[in-house]
Design a binder for this molecule. Structure first.
Ligand code: MTE
Length: 324
């Protein structure tokens, strides 16, 4: 992001696992009655992620029913170990290996506030919310502005179903999202040059597009802390920094919000941040991307390949606005 660009791909090809192997491994372990730390250690999975998932009060909700519209992302699912150990979550450090530091994230109790220009301001307890809205499984491509990508099997619900609970007024033009702020828990927030808390924004039209998704689970279980537990956004047609983690507040507002990265460097990180291989980042090309765990770089696609569902929202915008 702003600070540094990864110089080279660090994870070797022998760590990749295709989807079938991943699914078979899970099925096998379940059938054999394995669980807990022993298996996590045997699989060399990071930290105690698997044990944490089993102790989660909502473990029974995962995996959910697959939404057939998003059952296949056209590329193999990224191996969970690779995904779990290569993350951007600046609250826990401005590098990729934050998974151990992220274990200090306390996810209970967890409230989400919906406020601003709405009929129903509300504070929702996460454990109530996750049982209130029907969960579904979706596989999404994820393209970071740093030109790497993954494919992730999420569980969660469309953002629009959360928004409907609050009944926004017609004067609400944008949603502003906010992450927790607690520098005792998240030592990265002691880095005072960042504009904490992490914030992001979407237009109401973007936020209610069917693709905008709130993930509460990944890889068939409650979402791991490093992915932004207990709930994070994923807007797969946009660069990954729009997909804010560990959300505590959604505010419905009239003015366009200024996001974390925009505030740091508006010349490099814009509001829309839609993926476009033809509009380079000021410091590097966006033409191709490194698939994490894959061998070769592949060409990137406009809107990360989701144009059919989202392109209509940007027909009036100049490329330098829509794609930066
Ligand atoms: N959300 C918060 N709260 N803090 C962050 O540092 N990083 C963003 C986004 N959401 C970030 C965040 C960036 S830059 C990316 S690319 C994605 O999360 C990374 O998501 P992943 O770690 O699940 O791949």
């Amino acid at each position: 992001m702003l600070i540094k660009r990864p110089k080279s791909w660090e994870i070797s090809e022998n760590k990749t696992t295709d989807e079938n192997i991943y699914l078979n491994r899970r099925t096998l372990l379940k059938a054999a009655g394995f669980g807990g730390l022993g298996v996590a250690a045997a699989l060399n999975w990071p930290g105690n992620a698997m044990m944490a998932a089993e102790q989660d009060p909502n473990a029974d909700l995962y995996p959910a029913k697959v939404n057939p519209l998003y059952a296949d992302a056209g590329r193999p699912i990224t191996d969970e170990e690779i995904n779990s150990t290569y993350n951007n979550f600046y609250e826990f450090g401005s590098h990729k290996r934050i998974h151990k530091a992220a274990e200090s994230l306390i996810t209970r109790p967890w409230n989400v506030v919906l406020d601003g220009l709405v009929e129903n301001e509300m504070t929702l307890d996460f454990d109530d919310l996750v049982r209130k809205l029907p969960l579904e499984d979706r596989v999404y491509r994820h393209r970071c502005v740093e030109a790497w990508s993954m494919v992730i099997p999420w569980t969660g619900f469309p953002l629009k179903s959360l928004i409907e609970l609050a009944k926004p007024l017609s004067s609400a033009k944008y949603v502003r999202f906010e992450t927790f702020q607690d520098s005792k828990m998240a030592s990265g927030q002691k880095q005072t040059w960042y504009p904490w808390p992490y914030t992001e924004g979407l237009t109401m039209e973007e936020a209610t597009n069917d693709l905008a998704f709130i993930a509460t689970g990944a890889y068939g279980k409650p979402i791991a802390k490093q992915f932004g537990a207990p709930l994070r956004l994923h807007t797969p047609w946009k660069y990954g920094f729009k997909s804010i983690k560990s959300i505590v507040r959604l505010s419905f507002v009239e003015e366009r919000p200024v996001s974390f990265w925009q505030e740091l460097n508006a010349k490099e990180y814009g509001f829309y941040a839609n993926v476009n291989p033809e509009v380079p980042h000021p410091r590097w090309s966006q033409a191709t991307e490194q698939v994490l765990g894959g061998k070769d770089r592949i060409p990137s696609k406009i809107f990360n390949g989701y144009g059919e569902q989202v392109a209509h929202m940007y027909t009036d915008l100049a490329p330098e606005v829509s794609f930066r």
